[in-house]
Design a binder for this molecule. Structure first.
Ligand code: NAD
Length: 386
């Protein structure tokens, strides 16, 4: 250890490759166009299974370094999500540094689209926090490597119904593990957030006879579910205290933390929100210590990814819904693996994802394509058999 004074920018430069090596990212692309105000980073984590697919997040990061760390973390998550869900997609993500309310323009998104086109299909973009369908339509003017386009333009449109079905099936799988049967009839379920996914999810839950409690910071959104599905309204600050079988985070990330976990009176956590655990290791362990079963968020909410993956093959909602139903078996397998290998559910999900990556990576070692000799061999074969 030396006492040399290192300027912070130099530290970033020096540690850049070690950040990429830490989680084995394949490629990171910095995209800049001062004229249109574009500053974006695209991270391709792993393409063993197929092209890297993941949304473009538009966010005002405190520093460029923070943006880089975010895109590295998110792209790696996409690799695991696709792998464990049985999709033939790799993991990628993009961040566009800026204010999504004031900094958007057609030129900015079309410029971003041109950078993506330049990657020749190694990365396929989509909407994410801070970007929407309209932005993706601008991107699409410059590249075909974009998903999440409106139904009117032949895309997959709103993914929420498919995500909701996946969460519903994942909840049933968690119940099967916890109670020995997967019925949600008469189960009490506390849903935090009454947005797009929660709305469709509550429909499934009520149709199966569950008792649903719902909260939202905008009371009228929760009231819609109360009125249409006969759920019970709970003020947002009281949702953690509801005595129920399942707590379903369907609003924001980071809601499972030091303050909220001790308040929970449930057996299972299963919901669509991304990054529910404030600290992945500490807070999953806290849940385990309290005997609460946790269905990993990135697995149970994979319906959104399944939906856009279907767009690549020509969208068919029935097929997307049928694939989302398979989340039942995926969650069951994860929980069984966790038990067998004495792992947490998150660890088991990552273990299964890595196992699939290794196996499929292995089969790709077998030569199965055309070589530069194919034409010549064909001619020789023709001559020999003439
Ligand atoms: P949404 O924006 O439609 O709904 C979120 C709701 O949560 C909003 O109604 C908002 O008012 C409410 N909310 C915010 N803070 C709250 C709080 N503290 N207490 C109670 N309510 C609060 O979003 P969505 O599309 O329904 O997605 C829900 C979650 O699932 C998000 O975390 C999203 O990232 C994740 N997710 C969604 C999809 C999808 O297909 N839409 C796919 C994967 C993951």
């Amino acid at each position: 250890m030396t006492n040399a004074v290192v300027n912070p920018e130099e530290t970033v430069a020096l540690s850049l490759f070690s950040e990429l090596e830490k989680y084995e990212h394949e490629q990171v692309i910095f995209c800049s166009d001062k004229k249109v105000g574009l500053r974006a980073i695209i991270a391709v984590h792993n393409t063993t299974l197929g092209p890297a697919l993941g949304g473009a997040r538009m966010w005002q990061y405190a520093s460029d370094y923070e943006a880089l760390i975010d895109v590295l973390r998110l792209s790696r998550g996409m690799t695991y999500k696709a792998a464990v869900s049985g999709l033939n997609l790799g993991g990628g993500k993009a961040v566009i540094i800026g204010n999504s309310k004031t900094d958007k323009s057609e030129a900015l998104f079309r410029t971003y689209g041109r950078f993506i086109e330049g990657l020749g299909g190694r990365y396929i973009t989509a909407e994410d926090v801070g970007t929407d369908v309209r932005d993706m339509e601008w991107v699409r003017m410059e590249t075909k490597y974009v998903t999440g386009i409106s139904r009117a333009l032949g895309g997959s449109g709103d993914p929420s119904p498919v995500t909701a079905l996946g969460v519903y099936m994942g909840m049933k799988a968690a119940c099967s593990e916890r109670y020995g049967n997967d019925s949600l009839n008469k189960k009490k379920i506390a849903v935090q957030g009454a947005g797009h996914v929660a709305y469709h999810l509550c429909g499934y839950l009520r149709r199966e006879g569950a008792k649903v409690y719902v909260s939202d910071i905008f009371e009228e959104k929760a009231r819609r579910i109360v009125n249409e599905y006969g759920a019970e309204y709970v003020p947002p600050d009281q949702i953690y205290d509801v005595e129920a079988h399942i707590f379903c985070p369907a609003a924001l990330g980071g809601v499972l933390n030091d303050e909220t976990i001790p308040r929970l009176k449930v057996d299972i956590i299963a919901g669509p929100a991304n990054n529910q655990l404030k600290d992945e290791t500490v807070h999953e362990q806290m849940l385990l210590d309290r005997g609460i079963l946790y269905a990993p968020d990135f697995v149970i909410n994979a319906g959104g990814l399944i939906n856009v993956a279907n767009e690549l093959e020509g969208y068919n909602q029935e097929r997307a819904l049928s694939q989302a139903r398979e989340i039942y078996d995926v969650i069951k397998n994860i929980l069984a693996t966790a038990k067998k290998l004495n792992m947490t559910a998150n660890q088991a999900a990552i273990h299964l994802a890595e196992e699939r990556l290794a196996k499929i990576g292995q089969i790709k070692q077998i030569y199965a394509g055309k070589s530069q000799y194919a034409g010549r061999l064909g001619e020789m074969h023709q001559r020999a058999t003439a």
